[in-house]
Write a protein that binds this ligand. Structure first.
Ligand SMILES: *[C@@H]1O[C@H](CO)[C@@H](O)[C@H](O)[C@H]1NC(C)=O
Ligand SMILES: *[C@@H]1O[C@H](CO)[C@@H](O)[C@H](O)[C@H]1NC(C)=O
Ligand SMILES: *[C@@H]1O[C@H](CO)[C@@H](O)[C@H](O)[C@H]1NC(C)=O
Ligand SMILES: *[C@@H]1O[C@H](CO)[C@@H](O)[C@H](O)[C@H]1NC(C)=O
Ligand SMILES: *[C@@H]1O[C@H](CO)[C@@H](O)[C@H](O)[C@H]1NC(C)=O
Ligand SMILES: [Fe+2]
Length: 534
């Protein structure tokens, strides 16, 4: 009895062990460990290899196109289901997937991007990113109104990082429903590439609640250089008007949001690749700003943002405090001559507001019809690096207002009220108290402004800058002309070829016809001849 039982039981037992081992083994294969990065902990999270993580959105080529990005542990095809009713997301768009391991040994390697195009204005959309059968969310976002005639609120700051306890409060602010977009002016995680990319992963975990709900618009900072590869920045973000991953020679873009033409530029071109991309960006900026100036009647404000400032009164040896600052020498003329209204910057871990100035000279002590761009530095969102202090005694005339220690853990808010009024304030993160605020007012009518204002005339200045650019590179300056010339020549060749072919065909036909008619004619000749003969 015992031996019988034990024999069959043993077999059963072995079978069970096999099944258990197999299921355990396949489980091992399928659940993956995801490390939550923190310098003091080895916390891990077990997640499905296809779970969409780090979900964030940005505007596409216009405000009715939304781009969704996420990451997964393993290679899983992706899609986004979306719609205007949370129950029953009727539309589906498949994702473009890339493998990302450059300076990302330990981070998530599989990135997914979906473009939701031609959305309805002023509408809340619900969406679910899915990889295989795994989904996260649902998330939601609201598209802006269709016309440009509406007020919009924007969150703007630079220099955040993962150690600051400001993130939850910033996320709460972002989710208040007030804001049309969030602008992060460089320096994201200090650095995304650190710990083999796990610092980047951790940052995207933290920022997801905000960045999945309002468009998260960016520009690169010095902490995104990644040994001159900008690997994490170029892969983890997709921005308007550039391929994805973002190419090295197009890490800048512009987009119209309501009453504002926003331009994102890279201050890092001046510090990388021996300045190889400086002129390419400058030429693009001149063209873009010139176009924007001609569109002022529709989009009256031009706001540009980039990481390192043109000026700063911080005295820690940064480029902005040098008399021959690369960023200032590279961009001040462009911004001034092409009548940029506002420049938002970071990098200095403090807050500073400047009087409208050009070449170190203050042009006005007010922001009513400012005769030069209004420059703001809001780099105090909570970086792990220390506060950048202002020297106590020295305060340049152009520095209108500045806070160092007191500004730590604060962010900027830009309320674009209408075509003539913008309200800017710097607010503390903990209680959202206002630390500084100004009204920027344009009392003159934009469409008539160019000749009467104290600002230099738009087109003439643009023309000079454009001709400088043409002198530098004829090919780049006349790209359109050259392309259309080439197109014209091609068309001409094609047409002449077509004509030749047609003529030949016709000739051949005529020839054949002549041949086929020939015997008849001969016959008739014969007949005639015959007749003649008769
Ligand atoms: C593991 O994943 C594979 C393919 O993704 C699937 O076919 C298999 O059933 C999974 N195994 C378990 C135990 O979930
Ligand atoms: C890690 O530990 C050190 C020393 O105990 C502490 O100063 C630091 O704040 C900790 N970091 C985090 C992220 O908790
Ligand atoms: C713009 O907004 C300001 C501030 O609210 C207001 O005083 C002004 O009248 C508005 N202008 C127009 C043209 O609506
Ligand atoms: C500005 O001028 C344009 C054209 O002259 C006009 O259509 C527009 O209504 C004016 N705007 C204001 C606020 O006066
Ligand atoms: C461009 O080059 C021409 C001829 O070489 C020169 O006359 C002109 O001043 C230059 N323009 C600028 C803006 O440098
Ligand atoms: Fe920086």
């Amino acid at each position: 009895m015992f031996s019988y039982l034990s024999r069959s039981n043993l077999q059963l037992c072995l079978a069970w062990i096999c099944v258990l081992c197999y299921s355990q083994a396949s489980k091992e294969q399928n659940t993956s460990t995801y490390f939550l990065y923190n310098e003091n902990s080895t916390d891990t999270k077990h997640v499905d290899p296809c779970l969409p993580m780090h979900v964030h959105i940005s505007f596409g080529s216009n405000v009715l196109d939304i781009t969704v990005l996420w990451a997964t542990l393993k290679d899983c095809p992706g899609k986004v289901k979306f719609g205007i009713h949370p129950w029953g997301l009727e539309s589906t768009v498949n994702s473009m997937n890339i493998y990302f391991d450059e300076q990302n040994r330990e981070g998530l390697h599989y990135l997914h991007k979906v473009e939701l195009k031609g959305l309805q204005p002023d509408t809340t959309y619900f969406y679910i990113p899915m990889s295989d059968q795994m989904q996260s969310g649902p998330f939601y976002f609201k598209t802006p109104k269709a016309d440009s005639d509406w007020s919009a609120d924007f969150l703007m700051f630079g220099d955040l990082g993962i150690y600051s306890d400001t993130v939850p409060s910033l996320v709460t602010e972002a989710l208040s429903g007030k804001y049309t977009a969030l602008f992060h002016v460089g320096d994201f995680a200090y650095d995304m590439k650190n710990e083999g990319g796990r610092v980047g992963d951790y940052f995207f975990d933290l920022i997801e609640p905000a960045a999945a709900s309002i468009p998260y618009m960016t520009c690169p900072g010095n902490h995104e250089i990644d040994l001159e590869s900008f690997a994490h920045y170029r892969h983890r973000f997709a921005m308007p008007g550039s391929k994805w991953p973002l190419p090295m020679n197009k890490m800048w873009y512009s987009i119209d949001i309501g009453l504002v033409h926003f331009v994102s530029y890279s201050s890092e071109v001046f510090f990388t690749h021996n300045g190889k991309y400086v002129n390419e960006q400058k030429d693009w900026l001149i063209r873009d700003l010139d176009k924007a100036n001609n569109n002022r009647h529709k989009v009256p404000w031009i706001v540009v943002f980039g990481h390192r400032p043109l000026y700063c009164s911080t005295n820690i040896g940064d480029d902005c405090s040098h008399s021959d600052s690369r960023v200032r020498e590279g961009l001040e003329d462009v911004f001034y001559k092409l009548s940029v209204d506002i420049v938002i910057q970071g990098h200095e871990h403090n807050y500073e507001r400047l009087w409208p100035l050009y070449k170190h000279k203050v042009l006005a002590h007010s922001y009513i019809d400012p005769p030069a761009p209004v420059q703001l530095i809001s780099g105090a969102a909570g970086s792990v690096e220390n506060v950048d202090h202002f020297p106590m005694k020295v305060k340049p005339e152009w520095s209108a207002f500045r806070l160092d220690t007191q500004a730590i853990n604060s962010y900027g808010r830009m309320l674009v009220v209408n075509e003539s009024h913008v309200f800017w304030e710097q607010r503390s993160i903990q209680n959202h108290l206002t630390l500084d605020s100004i009204w920027i007012v344009k009392s003159r009518n934009q469409t008539q402004v160019s000749s009467t204002t104290s600002k230099p005339g738009l087109s003439e200045e643009a023309k000079t800058l454009l001709s400088e650019m043409c002198n530098r590179s004829f090919v780049r300056c006349h790209r359109v002309l050259i392309l259309s010339l080439c197109g014209g020549v091609f068309l001409l060749v094609a047409v002449s070829l077509a004509v030749r072919v047609a003529v030949r065909k016709k000739r051949k036909e005529n020839f054949a016809k002549t041949w086929s008619q020939l015997p008849e004619e001969i016959d008739s000749d014969d007949e005639i001849g015959g007749n003649r003969g008769m």
